[in-house]
Design a protein around this ligand. Structure first.
Ligand code: FEO
Length: 403
């Protein structure tokens, strides 16, 4: 890609990763992603963030069309995770920057992540500190846990622009650079999916950070995340920030996710009967076999759902590995305000629903009981029990949404 001037003398110089599907080793990015970096040309030339090391050549090609590398004075590391700082070791060799600016928690982490950083000219910028680069000023604000402890936001008041690192990003590889150039429905869904899979456990910190940024009264008409499309214009900046506020509050909607695995389709048939009970009670339902749906896809649907209903047959005195994978992933993301229920079939020992109930309890979900369990294969009576479980979950959803 070639640089794109997003404001006078401010350039996008990132990389589009069209084929990214595995995001950070645990989540999926079905529409690819971008690693956004930015150059500001003033009396000092500043590069904010970089890209994944595997894209070094492409990144340097784009960057050097915006500015000769030896004219870059400062590097700003808003976030040291390798998708944004992977090019740093080579960049430092090529650019020989006068200073590398990072957050207080960024310094130690930079030195331990990129081991040859001992001699780098790192300067810590405490939250609220500022730096003159000529006609413009850069102000640095910590945004801890959005998404790692080191994250910070760089604000340029003269340009009314903030470089927000992971916050407000979306995984979408595109030729367009601005949010107002793409389908808003798709973009909003991708921003929510990013939040659900990457930022969700840190929702309390998100609310605190948004409150603190709100008190600062930043004048913003452009918000530049490190992934995906740039939010341009005050209305879109407010939209992105309001979306994050709503994501962090985790208010559920009238929706239930039924996730399960199955051996000989007994547990699957139970899932379908539970779905019938929910559908007949007016609840929007997603039925998701974990063999067909990656855990991040399930999490994206579960994010705004009011209920999580999980099923597994008993397998070797436990649950099937695909369900254990999902439960580990969901628990780590700490979703709030959920109703939980479970079900499963078994051949002889039958531990499945006790194990699933324990998982739901550790996630502090409001349980709808009793779980439905069947030996071998469900009959009409068991289908009715499953239907009734769906109805009971629907009633619990109504109460929760009214509360
Ligand atoms: Fe996009 Fe936390 O890295």
């Amino acid at each position: 890609m070639r640089p794109v001037e997003i404001k006078k003398d401010i350039f996008w110089v990132g990389v589009v990763d069209w084929n990214s599907r595995d995001f950070h080793g645990y989540s999926r990015s079905p529409m690819g992603t971008t690693y956004n970096a930015f150059v500001i040309k003033d009396e000092k030339t500043v590069l904010i963030d970089s890209a994944k090391a595997s894209f070094l050549d492409m990144f340097l090609c784009c960057l050097s069309q915006a500015t000769p590398l030896d004219q870059i004075d400062y590097l700003v590391v808003n976030h040291l995770e390798p998708d944004h700082a992977g090019c740093l070791p080579r960049l430092v060799e090529l650019v020989k920057p006068e200073k590398i600016f990072c957050s207080p928690l960024g310094e130690k982490a930079l030195r331990s992540y990129y081991h040859h950083s001992k001699d780098w000219p790192i300067q810590v910028m405490p939250s609220g500190s500022e730096l003159s680069i000529g006609q413009r000023t850069l102000k640095f604000y910590e945004t801890r846990m959005l998404h790692w402890p080191d994250n910070m936001l760089t604000y340029c008041p003269e340009a009314a622009i903030a470089f927000s690192s992971d916050a407000f990003g979306q995984n979408w590889a595109s030729g367009e650079r601005f949010a107002d150039q793409v389908d808003r429905g798709v973009l909003d869904r991708l921003m929510a999916e990013y939040y659900a899979n990457i930022v969700l456990p840190y929702s309390p910190q998100v609310l605190k950070t948004l409150e603190e940024l709100g008190k600062l009264g930043l004048n913003l008409d452009m918000l530049c995340p490190d992934h995906g499309l740039i939010w341009r214009g005050k209305a879109d900046v407010v939209h992105a920030m309001t979306s994050y506020q709503n994501f962090a509050l985790q208010k559920p909607v009238n929706k239930a996710v039924i996730a399960y695995d199955t051996m000989w389709h007994s547990t699957e048939k139970m899932a379908l009967s539970i779905a019938d009970g929910l559908i007949d009670a007016g609840v929007s339902v997603r039925v998701m076999n974990v063999k067909e749906n990656h855990h991040s896809r399930v999490m994206s649907e579960l994010f705004d759902a009011a209920a999580f209903i999980v099923g597994s047959p008993t397998h070797n005195n436990g649950i099937l590995p695909g369900v254990a994978d999902l439960m580990t992933y969901v628990k780590g993301l700490r979703p709030q305000n959920k109703i939980g229920a479970c079900f499963g079939s078994f051949g002889w020992s039958g531990e499945c629903v006790n194990i699933l109930t324990d998982w739901l309890k550790t996630m502090k979900m409001d349980l709808v009981e009793p779980a439905v369990k069947v030996k071998n294969a469900p009959d009409h009576q068991v289908f009715q029990q499953c239907y009734d479980l769906g109805t009971k979950v629907a009633e619990a959803i109504k109460v929760k949404l009214a509360g």
